[in-house]
Design a protein around this ligand. Structure first.
Ligand code: OAD
Length: 244
């Protein structure tokens, strides 16, 4: 029944905006953060400090070491059925943008055309001394995969992936907010909705805008949603039948 309701909501909408999180990429073997097999549940990882800007400035080697495998998984991954379903809904003329907390670039790999990467991406490394000193991650891939600290060839400063760390400003927040306000349906997929300000974005939707939350665990915004599907994203894809 819920799946029929979701399909009806999709078909009756003209401006769908997606808010995605790490759960849409777990089927591509990229770990999420707070799920049962998440990055932050790994006893070898000093939890959120791996992505903390002050810790990074203090000792970038901790981040570099823990990020190596994560990076390797992301660059080698292919889009999941969830990513492909969103592209399909875009092709139907319904989905207009994807706001993602993910840094893996899989929405773009799936062909989604308007992706707002609020937590940045792994395509480039940027020098802490100057935002103009940049390098394409592909050119330093071996070093990243080896867990090395990346040094700027122009000034010898420390370089960091162009992802948003705790203690830094989220990117394109206004653009994301504008999309949320244009939406007639917001699909939230695979996020625990715990990291602000992004988790609070759906609260800025217009009164008539419907909210659907698809996540295999409870989120603190379930109470606010018009429809909650506590399922694996692949199950939803299968039930909707939009992707083989
Ligand atoms: P989380 O790990 O916090 O949440 C992912 C959610 O997806 C969890 O509730 C999982 O149970 C659920 N999930 C996992 N696989 C799923 C599947 N196949 N189907 C359905 N649900 C599934 O990840 P995010 O909410 O994206 O920030 O985390 C937000 C931010 O926290 C990240 O962008 C990252 C992290 O610190 C930075 O790196 C700055």
């Amino acid at each position: 029944m819920s799946y029929d309701k979701l399909m009806d909501m999709i078909l009756n909408s003209n401006y769908i905006v997606v808010l995605s999180g790490a759960g849409i990429s777990t089927a591509a073997d990229i770990p999420d953060f707070r799920g049962p097999y998440g990055f932050y549940n790994d006893p070898n990882v000093k939890a959120e400090s791996v992505f903390d800007i002050n810790e990074f400035k203090n000792d970038p080697s901790i981040h570099a070491k823990h990020f190596a495998d994560f990076y390797a998984k992301m660059v080698d991954a292919n889009p999941t059925k969830g990513h492909l379903m969103l592209k399909k809904i875009e092709d139907m003329g319904k989905l207009k943008s994807v706001i993602t907390q993910n840094i893996d670039g899989l929405h773009q790999k799936a062909g989604s055309s308007n992706v707002i990467e609020v937590h940045g991406n792994i395509r480039e490394y940027v020098c802490l001394n100057s935002p103009h000193h940049r390098v394409n991650s592909k050119d330093i891939e071996d070093k990243i995969k080896n867990g090395e600290v990346i040094k700027c060839t122009e000034c010898d400063g420390t370089m960091k992936a162009s992802i948003v760390f705790f203690g830094e400003h989220v990117q394109d927040l206004e653009k994301a907010l504008t999309e949320i306000q244009k939406a007639d349906l917001i699909l939230v997929l695979g996020t625990s909705l715990t990291v602000y300000p992004v988790a609070g974005l759906p609260e800025y939707r217009k009164d008539h805008t419907k909210l659907v939350i698809i996540n295999d665990q409870e989120t603190s915004y379930d109470y606010d949603a018009d429809l909650v599907l506590r399922d694996k994203i692949d199950t939803i894809v299968e039930k909707l039948g939009l992707v083989k």
